[in-house]
Ligand binder design. Structure first.
Ligand code: ADP
Length: 234
């Protein structure tokens, strides 16, 4: 019942928030706006965007929890997906100077396109958020006899070891102030964990405070498929 309530409440909040954000956008672009209001309107826009982000994450998490079971097995081009996610990361105004992508496999994953995108986009977004401009983020996709693996490694602020076991709990943040400032909902890794479970996958986290973190997603061999052209060639 509590989960239903969260899903319904998030759904109900969506349209009023869209209206508020829309008016704030128009107000920000209004040339006649009193200069004294420019700063507060920008701040209201930022906060309403944050609220929209939280509502969106809550809806996504409730959807994942409601579905349960196994994710579908559509053919997903991981390499292409990661390239787009990297492009989005590079377009951010504040980001580490290097965001690299290494594709060591041509193979595809059998899964849900939306959920896999959500997993990788959340991990890359975190790496970018928690890494200073002078640092770097390295993304890699490879396959071997153990299955398919996506790794997101950063040279950012890192995570103290006592927090690692609780990272995927909803709303769990190492530093709530910092996460809020960076626009985090505290739900990203909960979404990652759920979506990965639906793909029979698991998340592995290594981190050293002050040095950086590595988040790796491991998928079993049954979830990996060769590209159609590769089958014909072999
Ligand atoms: P948030 O929206 O706060 O980023 P997440 O669920 O995605 O929420 O992550 C939970 C917490 O884990 C974050 O608040 C942050 O403290 C920590 N975290 C996640 N990814 C990283 C990372 N790459 N480097 C350092 N800390 C991280």
């Amino acid at each position: 019942m509590r989960k239903d309530f969260v899903a319904n409440a998030s759904h109900e909040l969506r349209s009023p928030l869209t209206v508020i954000s829309g008016y704030l956008d128009s107000l920000a672009d209004e040339p006649a706006l009193d200069p004294a209001w420019q700063q507060p309107v920008q701040e209201m826009r930022r906060q309403s965007d944050r609220m929209r982000g939280i509502v969106q994450d809550l809806l996504e998490l409730s959807r994942l929890e409601a579905q349960g079971g196994e994710a579908e097995r559509a053919l997903v081009d991981v390499g292409g997906m990661l390239a787009l996610i990297r492009k989005d990361a590079l377009a951010r105004p504040e980001r580490p100077s290097i965001v690299s992508l290494q594709l060591d496999s041509d193979d595809l994953l059998l899964g849900s396109e939306t959920e896999l995108h959500s997993i990788f986009a959340n991990l890359v977004s975190n790496a970018v958020k928690y890494t200073p401009a002078a640092g770097r983020v390295d993304i890699r996709w490879w396959t071997d006899e153990q299955g398919g693996h996506v790794e997101v490694r950063d040279t950012g602020i890192g995570i103290p070891p006592e927090h690692l076991p609780r990272l995927t709990e909803r709303f769990y943040r190492v530093d709530a102030g910092r996460s809020r400032k960076l626009g985090g909902s505290g739900l990203g890794l909960a979404i990652v964990k759920h979506a990965l479970q639906r793909h029979d996958g698991r998340l592995e986290v290594h981190s050293v405070e002050g040095q950086g973190s590595t988040f790796a997603c491991h998928f079993p061999p049954e979830r990996v498929a060769p590209r159609a052209g590769d089958v014909a060639a072999s």
